[in-house]
Write a protein that binds this ligand. Structure first.
Ligand SMILES: NC(=O)c1ccc[n+]([C@@H]2O[C@H](COP(=O)([O-])OP(=O)(O)OC[C@H]3O[C@@H](n4cnc5c(N)ncnc54)[C@H](OP(=O)(O)O)[C@@H]3O)[C@@H](O)[C@H]2O)c1
Length: 324
């Protein structure tokens, strides 16, 4: 089969399109062969290529954490997670881990779902904002600040935030991206190149702050984001796009009784009951029309390096998907 291979550590330039052996499903483990039609591109894929991802795979390996396609034997349309191997024509995975693709979705939309939407779901769950009835406090809604709001997880968090009835604040480097997410449901877009987001949040909320922050930047942004929170707010730390470890502002955390929650989807996927609960809730948002994955760019498998560059250079909107 054709596959993208990472033969050594480096930037997007190391990705190579090669012939690779077909994966052989292990029937004893309940594995099936899936013909992949589209693969989601994640920030984590680039970090793995660079060797900056904790416990990431050792070269040579086939990257790709999620895919959509059909089961080879039954032709059922499915999407799912994999530790490696998404950037390929075929992958062997356990049948139990696969999700049925909603009927109206294309393969590209389905490939944009697993990582982003489960991450957004667990973010709201950890933030204590996953009940729409609790979020509507009289005529004042609970508030969330989403960094990289126009990215993959960002757009997923916007759609889900809308389903949960939240007032949504989001940051981006680009006016063009902010205009797009406004149409998606963001109430207050903040261009962090032109404005200090901490000051913007204070102004927009009359000094009250937000109830939760989706924080994936790391470094000083963790402390700065904490200062955007209201009393008893929660900061969900789920990435380090700056490459720097989170810095904490403990005095603000004490003064406002703020809690920080780390979120990493990979270990959570092993908790079957939580995954089923998440999928059940999200299936309801899908059928109500709140969730339709946002695919910004689709590139052929051979252009995987360009797909990585889009994320690295902050040029992506929504999810970048490789078509196979
Ligand atoms: N913990 C987990 O389980 C989990 C799961 C999925 C993703 N993540 C993390 O969530 C973050 C977003 O992932 P994603 O795949 O959805 O990517 P993405 O948001 O689609 O793409 C990255 C975006 O981040 C913004 N950005 C801000 N600072 C940046 C920097 N220093 N370098 C590059 N981009 C920067 C850019 O948007 P603007 O120009 O609009 O600011 C860029 O377009 C990543 O940090 C990723 O590691 C974590």
């Amino acid at each position: 089969m054709k596959a993208i291979v990472v033969p050594r550590r480096g930037g997007p330039e190391v990705l190579e399109l090669r012939e690779a052996p077909d994966p052989v499903p292990n029937a004893a483990k309940g594995e099936v062969l899936v013909n992949i039609e589209a693969a989601g591109v994640n920030f984590a894929d680039m970090m793995q290529t660079q060797g900056m991802y904790p416990h990431g795979p050792q070269p040579p390996y086939i990257p790709g954490l999620e895919f959509a396609g059909h089961i080879h034997a039954t032709k059922d349309r499915v999407m799912g997670f994999t530790a490696t191997g998404g950037y390929a024509e075929r992958v062997a995975v356990t049948k139990q881990s696969l999700l049925k693709i909603p009927e109206a979705w294309s393969a590209a939309e389905a490939a944009a779902f697993p990582v982003n939407y489960f991450t957004a779901y667990f973010g709201y769950w950890m933030a204590g904002l996953s009940d729409p009835a609790v979020n509507a406090k009289g005529n004042k809604k609970n508030r969330v600040l989403i960094h990289a709001v126009a990215g993959g997880v960002g757009t997923a968090a916007v759609e889900m935030g809308k389903a949960l009835g939240l007032e949504i604040f989001g940051t981006s480097s680009s006016e063009e991206k902010l205009a797009k997410v406004k149409a998606l449901g963001v109430h207050h877009g903040i261009n962090y190149k032109a404005n200090d987001y901490e000051k913007a949040i204070a102004d927009l909320t009359q000094g009250e702050g937000v109830d939760a922050v989706f924080e994936m930047l790391g470094g000083e942004h963790t402390a700065k984001s904490t200062r955007c929170l209201a009393d008893m707010g929660r900061i969900i730390i789920y990435g380090m796009a700056t490459g720097q470890a989170p810095q904490f502002d403990f005095m603000t955390m004490f003064q406002k009784n703020i809690s920080a929650h780390a979120l990493w989807l990979t270990p959570l996927t092993a908790h079957r009951e939580l995954m089923v609960q998440a999928w059940t809730s999200m299936s309801s948002y899908i059928s109500q029309g709140f969730i339709r994955p946002v695919v910004g760019e689709q590139l052929p498998l051979a252009r995987a390096a360009d797909a990585h560059r889009l994320l690295l250079e902050r040029k992506n909107y929504g999810k970048v998907v490789l078509t196979i």
